[in-house]
Design a protein around this ligand. Structure first.
Ligand SMILES: *Cc1c(COP(=O)(O)O)cnc(C)c1O
Length: 227
């Protein structure tokens, strides 16, 4: 991808993020853009990094490994479904795992982090819309998950993540984002060990403005950047 085009896309996207942030009484700096570089080659990711992109997201472990090792100077996020036998490739390479969606995975991450002598930061992925084909905890199960996380000494939960159903009309995603925000507000008043619910990771190319208006502070955008 051409540098000029990418530069333009970044600028335009940043302006859209700023506008949505202002609408919700926040500033551009309150919202971190995670550039989703899946299907993008390392060279293009390197140009994006050179243009100031600090955070990148990948949904496949193999691609994450290759790119994170090629570009160690930026922050890598794991945003896709993660198998327990692949945690060793992700722990230590990522600043945040957005897709923690089951207890067995939490245990596997914790074990690997303990082995590496580090803490692993993660978000709980919640299936707000209850879509069968999508990963994520049932909203009703999040509380008991958080109550148990203290047992896993090397795991830290820093917030919640969701993926809204795709729709031609982005406005229709608003209730999904609002529900994740409300869930976070309800859980935030409790003091769970190893939990600090500071991040809401929600919003993609199609719906990030709505997500920001509803309180997102991490948005995961691919197509709108790299198209
Ligand atoms: C691909 C992907 C994105 C980015 O999607 P775009 O529509 O290209 O912006 C965000 N989050 C997850 C989990 C993804 O897999």
């Amino acid at each position: 991808m051409e540098r000029e085009k990418l530069q333009q896309n970044i600028k335009h996207l940043s302006q859209r993020i700023e506008k949505a942030a202002k609408k919700s009484g926040r500033s551009r700096e309150d919202i971190a853009l995670i550039a989703v570089s899946k299907n993008i080659d390392v060279q293009t990711a390197a140009i994006a990094a050179d243009l100031g992109i600090k955070d990148f997201g990948e949904n496949r472990v193999q691609e994450l490994k290759v790119k994170a090792d090629a570009l160690p100077g930026v922050r890598w996020h794991m945003i896709g479904r993660l198998q327990t036998n692949k945690v060793k490739d992700v722990v230590g390479r990522t600043v945040l795992i957005h897709s923690l969606d089951r207890w067995r995975l939490a245990e596997a991450l914790n074990k690997r982090a303990a082995f590496a002598g580090i803490e692993v930061p993660a978000l709980l992925q919640v299936n707000i819309a209850g879509e069968e084909q999508k990963a994520g905890l049932d909203p009703a199960d999040v509380k008991s998950f958080l109550e148990s996380v203290g047992q896993l000494e090397n795991l830290r939960i820093y917030g919640l993540m969701t993926i809204a159903p795709y729709t031609e009309v982005p406005e229709e995603t608003r209730p999904v984002f609002r529900q994740l925000w409300e869930l976070r507000e309800t859980l935030r008043i409790r003091d769970y060990a190893n939990v600090e619910l500071r991040y809401l990771s929600m919003g993609m190319s199609n719906d990030f403005e709505i997500a920001i208006e509803e309180g997102a502070n991490l948005v995961r955008v691919g197509t709108a950047l790299f198209k």
